[in-house]
Every structure is written in C-alpha cells, then in structure tokens.
Design a protein around this ligand. Sequence first.
Ligand code: HEM
Length: 461
Amino acid sequence: MPVDLSNGKPLAWDSAKLDADTKAMLDNLQPNILQAHVRESMSLLLVHFGDGPDGRRFLRSLVPLMKSARKHLEEVRDFNRTKKSGTPYVGVGISKIGYLKVGHSPTRFTDNAFKSGMKRRKDTLSDPAVGAWEEHYQEEIHAIVLIGDATPEPVAATRERVLALLPKTAKVVGEEKGEGLRDAQGRGIEHFGYVDGRSQPLFLADQVAAESGTNWDPFFPLSHVLVPDPLAPHPARHFGSYLVLRKLEQNVRAFREAEEALADALGLKGDDRPLAGAMLVGRFRNGTPLRLHGKPSSEGHPVQNDFSYRDDPGARCPVGAHIRKANPRDSRDGGLERALGVMMARRGQTYGGRTDRPWDDAPATTRPAGGVGLLFMAFNSSLQSQFEFTQQTWADNPDFPAGGTGHDPVIGQGRRDVKVRYPKAWDSAKLSAPQRQVPQTVTMKGGEYFFMPSLAYLKSL
Ligand code: HEM
C-alpha cells in the first residue's frame, strides 16, 4: 500500500501490521526527521566537491556510518527500557548545486526555494547581503554532513571517520560545532536563557500518546516533513526532507538590555520584571507559557505545551511574542499552522561557549554581545511554505496577525518602524503607551538549503 503522507493518524512505527511500503520508507529514511536524535554535541561539516564522481563516491561511502530512521527509533525504545546508549547520528544533506555537481538534475525537485539556494532568497527573507555572511557560507556548499551524539567523544571519533573518507578533490569549506546549553534543572535552553525545542510537531504514535492534552494537538501528518525522494530508485517508498540551516548569532547583552528597558517602560517591579522578557518570547525562561501563567510556574515537567490562544486576544500572551508569531496555534481559522501546513520540525542546536549562567539575572554587561547563537535547523516538506513562510509572512511582517503587531522580537528582520503596545500587566486589557520595538538582536551569519535524501538514493550513487 503506498505510504499515505496525509494519514490522519500518528504512525505506529513498530506495529506488526505495518505495510511493506511504510517499512521500506522507515528503512530508507534518515534519522532525526521524524523524531529528534540526541545531538547535545554536534559537528556540521560543510563540503565542497572539486570533482563530481569523487563527490558521488564520498556520499555513497558515508552510508555504512549512517542508520535508518527505524534503527534510530529502535535505539530510542531500547534506551528507554535498558538505558543502553545508541550509536551516533550521521546525516547527509545535498544542496541544489551539490546535485548538479554530482551529475543529477535538481529539476525533479518541486521546491523553488531549494532550487534557488539560500543566497538567492536573501531579499525574500530580508537577510544581510551575502558579502556580510561568514566567509565559508559565501562559498559554494555542495553537501552537509551532520554528526551528533550525547557527548563530544563519539562525535569526534565519527568526524575522523568521515574526514578519512573525504577524497583529495573535496574540501571542508567550513565547520560548525553545536554544543547543548542546559539550565540548572537540566532543561535545554537557548542563549537568551529560555527553554527551547519544546513545541514540536509529533508524527509517531508513541510520541503523541506520551503528550496527551486537550488544548493543543501535537500530532501532524508526515506530509509536514516528508516528500518522495525524486532521484531514489523507488520514490514511492524512498523519502527525504528539506533541511534549512541558518547560523543565527545572538547578541545576548543587547537582548538583556531590551528586556530591562521594556520592564522599566511597563513599570514592572521586583518579581514581575521577568514578564517583560516573557512578553517578547511568549514563555518565561523556565518555559512557562505566558498563555497559562503570569509568573514562572514550577508546575509542569516536562514544560507545559498544552495551550492554544483561543480566548486570549493578547492580554496574556501578546500576539507579537516570538512563539505566537511563529506558531499562532488556533487563534484564527482553525489553526493556520495546520491549515496551511506551516509547522516544521525544528532540530537546531546552540553554538558558542559561555562562562556565565544564561538563565540567571546577572547584569546585561556580563553577557556576550556575539560569538554565540543558534544553528537553526528544521525539516520541511516545503521550504517555501514552511520555513520561508514563517520567516517572511509572519516574523518579518509587522502586520501579522494584525496591524500594529510589530516584527517578531526575536527573529524578525527588516526595519522595525511600527510602534507596539503591550498589556500593562499580565491578563490586563489595558495597553501601554506605544513603545518602540526592541532592537534586532539576532543576526543571520549564513546558511543554505539542503535535501536529506533517502539511504536508497545514497546507496545508488
Ligand atoms: C519556539 C527561541 C529562531 C520558530 C521557540 C522558543 C524559544 C525560541 C525560546 C520556545 C520553546 C518552544 O516552544 O519550543 C528562538 C531563538 C531563535 C529562534 C533564540 C534564534 C536565535 C527561530 C526561527 C524560527 C523559529 C528562525 C522559524 C523561522 C519557532 C517555532 C517555535 C519556536 C515554530 C514553536 C512555537 C510553538 O509551537 O509554540 N523559539 N527561536 N525560531 N520557534 Fe524559535
């Protein structure tokens, strides 16, 4: 039976009743797409091929270091039962020019953003001029090899094995090192100090069952992340996903100053002051959603995610907060992120070391102004209607969801001219006087679009 990507039920991946096509799909799909792979430590190798046939051989030679999505899911199941660790993650993505280089026409791909490459989408995304990107992103990147695991040692060992396979005609034009950040309670956070990676579309029956809720349905069909791999031997059973990679530098000092300035402007005192940052992000630092609480809550481990914005016109969670701009949940038209298929699977990792404690209240002056940030990564079935749509039509659009909302305070790009009003207090219909928007504190330093092909394609090279 052909794999039904729009199936309205979560995928019971370990069911004995699984049909042959779905089994083949899981045996040939790369891991980390349907379910996040542990990647506390990461190395991303950005590769340029000088010679097409050598490039093909290199890509094929990586297959024995890789595992299938099914193998990964089995490892996760075993780990939950026995605490036995799995094997490192090795993922491979190929850019549009990479496909051309290895002699495969990218015309069979349907995504126009992918077929243009990120450099040519810079106006759509209001990105900095390519000349301002980090040098390695200015080069032609043909492929990316992602290596990840729970600790640095297996990543270093696997990285050596990958590099040993690299032909003389190819070079690593750049490398990114991801390093997970955790708060004092061990929760994954980003550099501004907030819990991140919590709200995700879930595709698998066991994951959906573990996340019961009444306000937010975390289940999304496979069509949000998978497309037939057009160059695989059997595109009806061999699937892949589009990967967006963006290096986003965070000026933590400036963000902290903006939080303080907003708290002053709103007259917030004492333990109400964290409300200012929460109004920018939509959650307090410990992940407490502003939709549910006006103060950081100790309830909810894991961090609460069962909420929608129905009945909150913005008095609790401002409509301009990052998480509300990036995922309006069901505030309009039954859930734009679902109706329009926007929700993507975020799989980023923080980069850059810190000697301070990102989650505490130490003064802004003690915070890094650069050199740290997020290696934003997400899997999409359409870069145009998921990642790009979120960035351009929601985050960079001061009129989404309504006039006067302003840019996304965290990731919005473009001139922040519109003045915005915030609730005077949590759950208050009274609004502040119009305020200048917080400055842009996240800077795009480069990136690229890739397709993560099926293992069957890589084996066929
Ligand atoms: C959620 C921070 C970049 C889209 C979040 C959360 C934080 C955060 C703290 C809350 C945790 C959660 O709900 O999972 C950041 C920072 C970024 C960044 C600091 C850059 C340095 C991006 C980009 C996009 C994006 C580039 C997409 C264009 C989302 C989405 C959610 C989210 C869709 C989930 C919202 C929800 O479902 O409620 N981000 N983010 N983020 N972010 Fe970002």
